[in-house]
Design a protein around this ligand. Structure first.
Ligand code: NAP
Length: 496
């Protein structure tokens, strides 16, 4: 540690991956850390999504930092529980106190001399050695491009911007979209007795995984002896890694079992043949992100719920008109229409080596990275959960824990004075791109659907291999994949 250089690192975002990055950087002896967060609290996804029914669909013992297990209340933590957890960890590790809240990074510009200049909307300017973009991937709400969307006379909002000020009692509510979010929010609205019309464009496969509440006696046992939770974590980890992930990446036995389960779920939960037909997807199981839910099918069969599959022709002041000409009158319209999937750190300006912009790299809707973390032309700039990460079938916290260790190894090359600039070689980016493409064959993501995983070429930006391959790929840095430049002392001095 004594002879190591101490870099300055700027982290964009104080969600789960930003908190984690700050904790691990500090633990590895890096002290010059700046964290910038656009909102007024840590938490990311779990701060932004407060819709009724919001919950994680990954088991909580698996969806938490490995170094900070807690006696969770639910098998899959609900939104509030997760937000509390993020705030608890942020405080406990002294991250929250270090965050600059309510500040938006507007630009990151590389000076070709080993430094990034980062500017914010508050007029602050930081000159740093490394940037970690911990900005999350599904955070910019996507509103549908439906004619007349702005003409609706009632209240309307996106699920990620839930309006808690509107009293929903006695209201006729329309929900557009039937992804994971809609499957959580619709049952809550139906249960509350509202009249709910669900506009479905494409049905989803639904994996039945009930969200049970853990009994108090069990939570007390965990509280008393936290190591007891290890067993539970291991069970969930094995279930995800050996069943869910393997089923998605093409393992025949797990894949067949997964198919059988979701099909049986639909068959037994929806007895009416006409409704079941409407809810049956025509693409492979898991191609779109598998919905994990046990409440939607029963909710949609309640008398106050209506599943509309005719397609929307336009939105009018009084409601939604479907292609059969019928106007569905509504008081409230909720857009459960997902997110701009590849925004990552954008819309901020990111300018790398030789004036190369992020739009030059990603503008055409293709997202090339090396190991999901590094981008060509952007030295010393690291992505958390970047394109090519094993998202969609595992805990993003577990993924980020592996990625942050890889980032620390990269930064170590700088700290050990082996490099001032670290960038992937073009060959490394190409080889990672081919590696991903090769692995996709036989995976569920190419099973004939349109999904938010797809880039402009229709290539899913995921990691289509078993979990242990990912862990292995993060275990050590192959310096042959990197262009590591040492800058002249005079140049570096000038940059400072
Ligand atoms: P989503 O999966 O992208 O679903 C968006 C829905 O809106 C789809 O049903 C889509 O239909 C529909 N839609 C979009 N534009 C439309 C239009 N113009 N007309 C009609 N329908 C339209 O979004 P999401 O449900 O918010 O979920 C996004 C991701 O967030 C999930 O896949 C999951 O990874 C994550 N998530 C996780 C949890 C969790 O518990 N961990 C919970 C919620 C969300 P098409 O299918 O036809 O495009």
């Amino acid at each position: 540690m004594k002879n190591k250089r101490n870099p300055s690192v700027l982290i964009i975002g104080a969600g789960a991956t930003g908190i984690l990055s700050a904790i691990r950087l500090r633990e590895s002896g890096i002290t010059d850390i700046t964290i910038i967060e656009k909102a007024d609290r840590v938490g990311g996804t779990w701060r932004d999504n407060t819709y009724p029914g919001v919950a994680c669909d990954i088991p909580s013992h698996h969806y938490c930092f490995s170094f900070e297990p807690i006696p969770w209340k639910h098998q899959c933590a609900v939104g509030e529980e997760l937000q509390d957890y993020m705030e608890y960890v942020g405080h406990k590790y002294g991250v929250t106190e270090a965050v600059r809240f309510n500040e938006i990074v507007t630009s990151c510009v590389y000076d070709d001399l080993g430094k990034w200049t980062v500017k914010t909307d508050k007029g602050a300017v930081f000159v740093v050695d490394f940037v970690i973009a911990a900005t999350g991937l599904l955070h910019h709400p996507k509103y549908p491009e439906i004619e007349g969307r702005d003409e609706f006379a009632g209240a309307s909002w996106h699920t990620a911007r839930w309006n808690h000020d509107v009293d929903l009692s006695g209201k006729r509510i329309g929900v557009i979209g039937t992804g994971s979010t809609s499957h959580q929010v619709v049952p809550e609205l139906v249960k509350a007795g509202h009249d709910v019309s669900v506009f479905q464009r494409t049905p989803q496969w639904v994996f039945p995984f009930p969200n049970v509440k853990f009994p108090e006696w069990l939570r007390k046992r965990w509280q008393k002896k936290p190591e007891r939770m290890k067993f539970w974590k291991q069970c969930y980890k094995t279930f995800i890694e050996q069943f869910i992930i393997k089923a998605t990446v093409g393992a025949p036995v797990q894949g067949a079992l997964m198919k059988a389960l979701v099909k049986a779920h639909l068959r037994f939960a929806v007895r009416d043949k006409t409704l079941r037909r409407k809810l049956t997807p025509d693409y492979g199981v898991g191609c779109k992100r598998l919905v994990v839910n046990t409440t939607f099918y029963s909710a949609i069969q309640k008398p106050n719920a209506h599943l509309l599959t005719e397609g929307i022709s336009r939105i009018e002041p009084k409601g939604v008109r479907t292609t059969d000409g019928k106007l569905h009158e509504l008081d409230v319209l909720v857009f459960s229409t997902g997110f701009h999937n590849f925004n990552f750190m954008r819309p901020m300006e990111v300018v790398g080596r030789n004036g190369h912009t992020i739009e030059d790299s990603w503008g055409a809707g293709r997202f090339r990275t090396s190991r999901a973390i590094l981008m060509e032309h952007f030295p010393n700039y690291f992505l958390m959960l970047g394109p090519g990460s094993p998202i969609g079938n595992n805990s993003v916290i577990g993924i980020a824990e592996e990625q942050v260790e890889y980032v620390l190894k990269l930064i170590d090359l700088w700290r050990d004075k082996r490099a001032d600039e670290i960038e992937p070689t073009p060959e490394a980016v190409q080889s990672f791109t081919h590696y991903i493409k090769d692995g996709l064959e036989g995976s569920v993501w190419v099973a004939g659907c349109d999904s938010w995983y797809l880039d402009a070429d229709g290539v899913p930006a995921v990691f289509p291999y078993p979990w242990h391959d990912f862990v292995k790929s993060m275990a050590s840095v192959n310096t042959h994949e990197l262009t590591m430049r040492r800058l002249e002392a005079s140049e570096v001095a000038h940059a400072v």
